[in-house]
Design a protein around this ligand. Structure first.
Ligand SMILES: [Mn+2]
Length: 317
């Protein structure tokens, strides 16, 4: 199915329930909010569901939009659409709701996508919002200021403000067209990259002061434990972007972040400068993502989890 066919099919339905991934980022939310607004523009109904709470920093774009939890969904929607979700596990507990409808759509930019829907559109772009821009264009949706803001949010966050290697000519071309239609690029970049609450700054300095190096300083590891969050009055969503700091260290090839999400369960994030394919490493633990940025969950005691992931990385160095 090409992009136009996917767009035609998606917009042939009168209502949609949009699924954003757990621990939502700017890309999944940007896609979700833009698609909901696009449906509204066509006189159709769409709602957004997400298992996680929405980080405060995205509040400025919600403008009264309610993001539902799976158990709050009572209505039936003609189609179910997952945005920026590479696998069933990213929709998490909402997956059982997702598959209650036979008309399921999956639009994503992760190479590891498991094509879990009836209609799948996966393309290796910088942000899923880049793909969504094309879908909305084919559907004849006008990219007004609000939709442009939503889409540029996903693009700036997933490309690290156009600094990651996933920034392509298409990324900049879509971003340019969004700017032309009113996207507040500077304001949104500033909110995402140049401002933070005190609790995050406190957590950041604490976590970075304990950074550890392995494999002749080619691997840098940070850990965020439950008690760190509690003692800094911070929430786990605030750790987004932390991994950029260990990766920035000269000589480091792979950065690892261990986030304690439950007792004896750690959410692992991996970033590579290019030599190591961290998608393969994450996949060996049942996770996935991109070659340069991926993640997985490993259960066990902290020291065991740390040893397992460091050993897996050392085999790829
Ligand atoms: Mn994304």
């Amino acid at each position: 199915m090409n992009l136009k066919e996917f767009s035609d099919k998606l917009f042939s339905y009168d209502s949609a329930l949009i699924f954003c991934h757990n621990r939502p980022d700017g890309d999944t939310l940007g896609c979700g909010l833009a698609l909901k607004a696009a449906f509204a523009q066509k006189g159709k109904k769409a709602d957004i569901v997400c298992v996680s709470d929405i980080p405060l920093k995205f509040g400025f774009l919600l403008s009264g939009v309610r993001i539902f939890k799976p158990n709050e969904i009572e209505e039936k929607y003609a189609a179910h659409v997952a945005v920026d979700c590479s696998a069933e596990m990213m929709i998490n507990d909402a997956y059982s709701l997702f598959v209650k409808n036979t008309e399921t759509f999956n639009v994503d930019h992760h190479v590891s996508n498991t094509k879990y829907a009836k209609y799948n559109y996966v393309e290796n772009t910088g942000a899923c919002c880049e793909i969504l821009y094309g879908i909305l264009k084919y559907a004849g949706v006008m990219t007004d200021k609000y939709i442009s803001d939503c889409l540029i949010l996903g693009i700036v966050t997933d490309t690290g403000n156009f600094m990651h290697g996933n920034t392509t000519e298409n990324t900049l071309s879509v971003a340019g067209r969004l700017l032309a239609s009113g996207a507040a690029l500077h304001d949104i970049s500033y909110r995402m990259f140049k401002s933070q609450p005190k609790s995050r700054a406190t957590l950041h300095s604490r976590v970075m002061s304990r950074m550890k190096f392995y494999e002749n300083d080619r691997v840098a590891l940070i850990s965020i434990l439950k008690k760190d969050l509690e003692e800094c009055s911070a929430t786990s969503d605030m750790t987004e972007g932390f991994i950029d700091f260990p990766l920035s260290v000269d000589g480091v090839e792979v950065a690892v972040s261990l986030l304690e999400n439950r007792e004896n369960s750690y959410k692992i994030s991996l970033r590579s400068k290019g030599r190591v394919n961290v998608n393969e490493i994450a996949a060996s633990f049942g996770g996935g993502g991109h070659d340069l940025a991926s993640g997985c969950v490993i259960c066990g005691f902290y020291e065991d989890v740390k040893d397992k992931i460091i050993r897996a990385i050392s085999l790829s160095l």
